[in-house]
Design a protein around this ligand. Structure first.
Ligand code: SF4
Length: 380
């Protein structure tokens, strides 16, 4: 099998990109130190999230935190609120902390240096490659899901894509390509690879006739495109039932309700939620689970009432069914035992707090029920 002519492939990618790149808000920035901030933010947002979703978040983010300094000076709650709905909230916490380090150590400018970037929270090999190549035009590789797919097809790699040996090979291919890119086009070469994976070399139906790499593509030559990349076997995702309480201080909808803040580290860290937790084998039923969780987390006694709504949600490694119940505070002063903080809040204050997607759905159900009951009162 003939070896790949990386210089020719990189030149074709760069030319294809110049003609076909999509207009995306983070591409508007010029190169250099000023471009590094939007590149960093967009690349972190794009991890695990679709381009269409990221566009509006990115624009709002840049209006709110237009510079590294503005992000560093912001309150973490404000940062989490701006991230609300994007998931993987550690990304937002890391951005905030890294911005503070960039201001303290580098005068607010992202360093153009691999080692210095890797030392910042939340910045890994992939983000380093994006910042150094796209903003600073250094020949550093990028390997996201799109690039892996393109390269695995280009070389018709038959082994599962996640093995250390295949990952090493893919990083090597990505590096060979970017190092062979025409002078000054390292960023364009990387962006072209990502763009090609997103728009032409798509997971299900690659459009090989439109691909600038088709002449060299081994999978296209053998007709194995759809069988590449070889994915590792899917693991069965565990499922958990979770009970959450909309705990009213008094009369539902006419009194305040209790929100709890999750511990700062770990999943959904720092976000606010309707308190509750996972159904255990020892719980008689969901209301019993909720009473136990609330006693453990906040040290109070509640009476569990009607079910408000049920929300199903899939995280990366597990799925949950969240059963939300109305509940009434009976006894005890809330204490932050298993949570970071707690607050009695009015219903119309709920949107001020950064909430996980599941809890935003509980808020929507609360608002819908409140509207329906006030309409019923008016007609009655
Ligand atoms: S020729 Fe087809 S399979 Fe090969 S890289 Fe291009 S789109 Fe992907």
């Amino acid at each position: 099998m003939s070896s790949l002519d990386f210089a020719a492939l990189a030149a074709r990618l760069v030319a294809w990109h110049a003609a076909h790149q999509r207009v995306l808000p983070w591409r508007a920035a010029s190169a250099g130190a000023r471009a590094a901030y939007p590149v960093w933010i967009s690349e972190i947002m794009l991890q695990q999230t679709r381009v269409e979703t990221v566009e509006s978040y990115f624009q709002r983010w840049m209006e709110r935190f237009p510079t590294v300094e503005a992000l560093a000076a912001a309150d973490l709650q404000e940062v989490l609120k701006a991230w609300e709905g994007l998931g993987y909230y550690a990304r937002a916490r890391n951005l905030h902390q890294a911005a503070q380090e960039i201001v303290a150590r580098y005068g607010g400018v992202l360093p153009a240096d691999r080692k210095a970037l890797l030392a910042l929270p939340g910045i890994g090999e992939y983000t380093v490659g994006a910042i150094l190549s796209i903003a600073y035009n250094q020949p550093e590789p990028i390997l996201d899901g799109n690039v892996k797919r393109v390269l695995a097809r280009l070389c018709d790699i038959e082994e599962p894509i996640n093995t250390p040996a295949v990952l090493r090979r893919l990083w090597g291919l990505a590096r060979a390509l970017v190092e062979a890119a025409p002078t000054g086009a390292a960023g364009a070469c990387n962006e072209a690879l990502m763009e090609l994976g997103a728009t032409i070399c798509t997971p299900q139906n690659p459009r090989c006739l439109l691909c600038p790499l088709v002449d060299a593509c081994r999978a296209a030559a053998k007709g194995t495109q759809r069988a590449r990349p070889v994915m590792p076997p899917r693991k069965q995702m565990p499922h958990y039932d979770v009970a959450a309480g909309v705990i009213w201080a008094g009369e539902p909808y006419r009194s305040q309700l209790l929100l709890a803040q999750r511990p700062p580290q770990g999943m959904l860290g720092g976000l606010w939620e309707f308190p509750g937790g996972k159904l255990e084998a020892s719980d008689a039923d969901l209301p019993a689970c909720l009473r136990r969780e609330i006693a453990e987390e906040l040290g109070i006694t509640i009476e569990v009432g009607d079910r408000l709504t049920t929300v199903r949600h899939a995280y990366t490694h597990f799925r949950i069914t969240l059963h939300a119940f109305h509940a009434r505070h009976i006894a005890g002063a809330p204490q932050a035992i298993g949570c970071q903080d707690w607050r009695w809040v009015d219903v119309d204050e709920l949107t001020v707090f950064p909430l996980p997607v599941t809890d935003q759905k509980i808020v929507a159900a609360l608002q819908a029920t409140a509207k329906a009951s006030s309409a019923a009162r008016e007609t009655g």
